[in-house]
Design a protein around this ligand. Structure first.
Ligand SMILES: [Zn+2]
Length: 92
């Protein structure tokens, strides 16, 4: 499997307006080996957030977190839940 190395973090565009929506906010990508994407939320599809065990309602903008080397590494998180998780893990 090809390793994608912090591509999103190395691209430092200071203007948030020109930044594509798929790039997660700066604060969300503080952990090594974890890739975070911002998504607008698929219509008609709800996901269970591992942070609060609640459903992310369809159409809700949230984050997709991909953890390298984890079987179920791709999880959908509420944005505030991931922020809390980062603090818990000792990130920024
Ligand atoms: Zn949540």
């Amino acid at each position: 499997m090809p390793r994608r190395h912090r591509a999103a973090r190395e691209r430092s565009d200071p203007d948030p307006v020109t930044r594509p929506t798929s790039v997660a906010p700066e604060w969300a990508v503080g952990i090594e080996g974890v890739e975070v994407r911002a998504v607008s939320g698929e219509k008609g599809k709800a996901y269970r957030c591992p942070g609060c065990e609640q459903l992310i309602q369809p159409g809700t903008p949230h984050l997709v977190v991909l953890i390298e080397g984890e079987l179920e590494g791709r999880r959908h998180w509420h944005t505030p839940c991931w922020r809390r998780e980062l603090r818990r893990r000792g990130g920024r």
